[in-house]
Structure formats: structure tokens, C-alpha cells
Design a protein. Structure first.
Length: 366
């Protein structure tokens, strides 16, 4: 490894270069060279980091390891997942630890980092949500676990600390069927909004899945809807990609009225081919319509994703099992579906009444 003055046409220039040999992951000896450093100090600093990086030296800078970690993870993640991970790291993790080496980070540093995030407040005095804090925490844990597993870091410094936030939100919001019907009436003045929300509520599909739908996804003869893609805006670019998970690829049986409504909607569209998106609106547009419809209908404002909760809760109330519902909604596991089982308050009241009846029957028998 060496640092030299750059040479141009045989003459020394004003910049510095680094030249070295190293072994890649296959054990092949390769040459690495980088030019254009303004000072010898900058060239030497680059040299130290490069050596640490290629030799898996845990004394490398944290920012250098972040580059390695993201490079390791990128081929394994969907683009949307990668971008989310990148944003969390660059916003909430990298700035705090960027001046430390990987091996220097201690549980005390982690505690101070947690306290800083817990103290963040917006203009309205609100901090990060408990679930978002847990997401940030999990991301740092993942980075450190990667360093332990693949780069010989002795231990994860996060282990000694209590995790920030909570894995689950306090309460899921949802609409009863009656609340949705009131909202739906307010949507009828805008067909694109009405039909979009009808699909979201009665099928329980995700918003991205809705926005990716094409005419070809509907099989009216067999009353089926195909879900095999999702619509996303990533770094300002509109993309249609594969669904969230493998189980998100699915076919959903449609009720007859839904088939009739969607055929009416298609008849109203002008020259839409089989592969064009049928809802060429944005998630922001749907948010605005939720605001408008909720206010006009006099029902509580819920999120777009809460329509999925509402659909799931409706099916549970109709007597379907978590396994059956998980298949329809494309949940990766039944445990996700089971989180919704508490949503219909009438079910709990019915349970209490039935238990009361059983108790009274037993007492009468005595």
C-alpha cells in the first residue's frame, strides 16, 4: 500500500493517489488505485479505510461499514424496501455514529442515541410514534448483527439496551359496515373515487395493489380478481413492481355486485387497453378523498390502510376463520390476521351476553 503524488505526462501534479493490492472474496489478488486527493492526509485516510474495509477490520469507520452493509443487502431486497432502509439509516442512524469506528460504539452510545430520538418533537410538540421508534431501533440492531455475523464484531452493543418504542400500535382504527356505507354515499359524485374505495373495502387489497390494477386483472366470467403487482413512487419515479410478499400473489373471488360495478366503471372509461392502470390517481389523491368523505359523512377519519383492517374485521364478524381471511388478504402468516379479531365491539358484547345466559342456565338447573 502506498500514497504517491499524481503524475501527468511524467510531471508531478498537485494531487495525490493511492495504489494497493488486495485479495477479493474469492482470494484473487487485485490492484486498486484511486486518484485526485487534494492532500496527502486525505489520501492516507482513504488508504486506512480501504485496508480496514477489504480486511474486514472492525476498526473501520461506521460510515464505511454502512456502505458495506448496504452493498451486502441491496441484492437481497426489493427496491422499495432498500430505499426505506436507506432513508432510515441516513436520517436517524448514520449522522449520530458517523465519526466513530465500528468497534468504538458502546451501549452507552446507544443509550444516548435513543434519548436523542426520544426527545425529538415537531412544531406541534409531537414525537415519533412508538412503532416508528421501534423500526429505527430494529434497523440499528440489524446493522450490528450483520457486523457480528459476517465481519467479526465481538458483540452487538445494542443487546444491553432496552429497545425503543413498541412493536404494535396501541389500537387499530376501522369502519363498521354502516360507517363505510355512509362514507361510500359521499364518494358517488366522483366515480373514480367511488370504485377505488369499493374495491379497497370489499376485497381488502392494499393501496399499492389497487393503483396497479389493469383491466386484464379482472376475470368477470369466473368472478375473479388477480393480484400480481403493486404501484409505488420511489424517489419521484412511478414504478409497478412485484407485490409485497410471495403470498401477496393471489386470486380473489369477487362478489357479483362488485363485478357488475366494475363492468359499469370500465364502460365509462375512454379507450383503456388491457394493460393500462385503471386508477391513474395517487395515494395523495385518495388521502384527500378520505378527508372529504369522512367529514361529509360524519364518520371518524381513518387511514387508507385502515380500510384493509375494516375489510378483515368484517370477514371475522361474518364468521370466517383467520386462515381463510389470511389467504384472501395475502397475509404472510395467520398471526397477522389474528391481530384484527378484536375489532368488532359487537362480538365481544355478544360473547358477554352468551356467557351470561350460560351462567343463568346453570344457576336455574341448581
Amino acid at each position: 500500500m502506498a500514497v504517491y503524488k499524481d503524475k501527468w505526462n511524467g510531471y508531478k501534479g498537485d494531487t495525490w493517489r493511492v495504489a494497493t493490492y488486495y485479495k477479493d472474496w474469492k482470494g484473487v489478488r487485485r490492484k486498486h488505485e484511486k486518484r485526485g486527493f487534494a492532500t496527502k492526509k486525505e489520501a492516507l485516510a482513504y488508504e486506512r479505510e480501504f485496508v480496514a474495509k477489504t480486511s474486514k477490520n472492525i476498526n473501520m469507520g461506521f460510515d464505511t461499514f454502512i456502505d458495506i452493509y448496504m452493498g451486502d443487502m441491496k441484492p437481497q431486497l426489493k427496491l422499495s424496501t432498500y430505499v426505506t432502509k436507506e432513508n432510515i439509516i441516513e436520517t436517524h442512524i448514520h449522522p449520530y455514529f458517523e465519526n466513530k469506528s465500528l468497534s468504538e460504539i458502546t451501549s452507552t452510545d446507544i443509550l444516548q442515541w435513543q434519548n436523542e430520538l426520544l426527545g425529538v418533537r415537531d412544531d406541534d410538540g409531537k414525537g415519533y410514534s412508538q412503532t416508528y421508534l421501534r423500526t429505527i431501533q430494529n434497523q440499528l440492531n440489524a446493522i450490528m448483527n450483520h457486523a457480528v455475523k459476517y465481519y467479526d464484531l465481538p458483540k452487538n452493543p445494542c443487546i444491553a439496551n432496552k429497545k425503543m418504542g413498541k412493536a404494535k400500535a396501541k389500537e387499530m382504527l376501522f369502519w363498521t359496515r354502516e360507517e363505510y356505507q355512509k362514507f361510500s354515499e359521499e364518494m358517488k359524485c366522483k366515480p373514480v373515487s367511488y370504485y377505488a374505495f369499493q374495491i379497497l373495502y370489499w376485497t381488502g387489497i392494499r393501496c399499492g395493489e389497487l393503483l396497479a390494477l389493469t383491466r386484464a386483472d379482472f376475470d368477470f366470467d369466473n368472478q375473479m380478481l388477480r393480484i400480481n403487482k403493486t404501484f409505488q413512487v420511489i424517489k419521484g419515479e412511478e414504478l409497478v413492481t412485484s407485490p409485497k410478499t410471495e403470498k401477496s400473489n393471489r386470486r380473489i373471488d369477487l362478489p357479483e355486485f362488485m363485478c357488475d360495478e366494475m363492468q359499469d366503471y370500465f364502460a365509462s372509461l375512454y379507450k383503456v387497453d388491457n394493460d393500462s392502470r385503471i386508477f391513474e390517481v395517487t395515494k395523495s389523491y385518495l388521502h384527500h378523498e378520505m378527508d372529504r368523505g369522512s367529514k361529509a359523512a360524519g364518520v371518524k377519519r381513518i387511514r387508507i390502510h385502515d380500510l384493509r383492517h375494516s375489510s378483515c374485521a368484517l370477514l371475522i364478524n361474518l364468521g370466517y376463520s383467520p386462515v381463510q381471511i389470511a389467504e384472501r388478504l395475502g397475509h404472510e402468516s395467520v398471526t397477522i390476521t389474528e391481530r384484527y379479531s378484536h375489532l368488532y365491539p359487537s362480538v365481544q358484547k355478544d360473547m358477554a351476553k352468551k356467557l351470561d345466559s350460560v351462567f343463568k342456565e346453570d344457576k336455574d338447573d341448581d
